[in-house]
Design a protein around this ligand. Sequence first.
Ligand code: FE2
Length: 544
Amino acid sequence: MSTDYPDFGLDAAQRRDAVFAHRYEYPGMDGARGELWCYSDALAYAPGSLVRLMISSSVERAELEIARDGAELRAVLKGTLSGLRWQPTPEDCSVVGCGWESAFEFRIGEDWPSGAYRVSLVAAGSDGAPVRSHHLFIVKPRPGPKPRRILQVAATGTWTAYNTWGGSNHYRGLTGPNRDQYSPTVSIERPWCRGFVVLPAGAPRVPLECQPPPGAPLRYPHMEWAYATGHSTKYASAGWASYDSHFMRWAERAGYAVDLVSQHELHYEPELLHDYDCVVMVGHDEYWSWEMRDAIDAYVERGGHLARFAGNFMWQTRLEDGGRRQVCYKYRARAEDPVYRERDNSRTTGSWEAPETGRPGAATFGLNAIDGLYAGWGGCAARGVRGFPVYRPGHWAFRGTDLSYGDLLGAEGHAFGYEVDGLPYVIRDGLPEALPTGGAPESLSILALGMSSLIEEPRSQADTDDRFIGDEEATYVAELRFGDASEASVDRVKRGCGMIVHFTRGAGEVFHAGSCEWVAALLRNDAMVARVTSNVLDRYLAGS
Ligand SMILES: [Fe+2]
């Protein structure tokens, strides 16, 4: 493996800006060249319903194409839009929504299969080069029993949390007295940032594909690529293009029938889960509401099968205004979330493991983010395992893989990383066992276990200045667990892990490979990861 970081032609100052400058999409950012921006009035639509596209454009005409993005890209609607116009956008559009008027309306065809639909707009820019924009909406399945069909839940809470469009998200923002704080409230009524819907095939993922030599400075190639190519600084952190799409495409090409919903359907229409024998979520899936968890818990209790190939189950959100806004105070929850001061403050939008909430993520999914976290990038296990070290190769999920105790599953496709989920554990007679403090169901078995880190520990002064991940997570978790962020407390929480687990619950069961990058291994045709994925899906679709 190369020891050199990839070079995208940036100088040192640009590389620093790529990581640390607050870069985001905003109306007018491309100046005289011209711009097209688009969002829709909902995340997901039932067949036959009306879709409104809110478009703000510096050009009067644009070509429109809508295509289902699955095993293949299949166009369902094409046309020319005229009469487009530039629409005023409020300064705090990320928080309150853009408030644009509808520019084009159409009905979802009764025969459009459930899935993700890409909206492409293209027009001639003033310099002759095309101006493009992309949007994505979901077509929901019709109600009714769905034998042999998978229901995939897109991680739309995480897309919303990371969306950089307009300047504020749950990570950085233009809010607070100095207009420099992340926003606890973000709107879905704004375009997706550049790179959430479509990406070129070679776009770097977050985990490093090089082995930095000792003493090498910390670098974050994906953000350098984003800077060099005009993509969102968060393109590799969330979104359909980096994560959810890779499962949908792999599964359909492998012959599975897949329907798609957003997380809003879990929140507002939980009954649709019960039409399916197998529900899947993938990628980076970090933000959930209490109601969404209730939906999954009830589904599994009643005999449902949940296959989660995803990482970073971390924050509780609340939905407001009929789902148009997502609320998550995160690190500032106790100081600022008004719900924290209510008599029942379980809905405080912080960590699921916070005592006021007391609903460990592991109770639903078998794993927690705060016992896992970063692997394979920056200063966090950057030279780590790349695959899951296997401890219980006899489990049915590994049938046909030839895996033995101590083998790595998914190292070829780099399945382990970016963010992984874990549990407190002990190793007894060479086998990991979950500790009850993690909140996982008693029936849980740990099949694979690798290491991760909650902290990017500086090895030099240069590192201290150049850390992107830093110690924010470790400090937060130390405070959560021990009430302080002293060196001793941080030391107790900083050693994370990442696991594959399986458990039964009520009449149902859950398989969880807790890594954001599982889908990257499917994308890279990692045969063993594909086999394990199929083993799980086939068993769950058979209803056993
Ligand atoms: Fe995350």
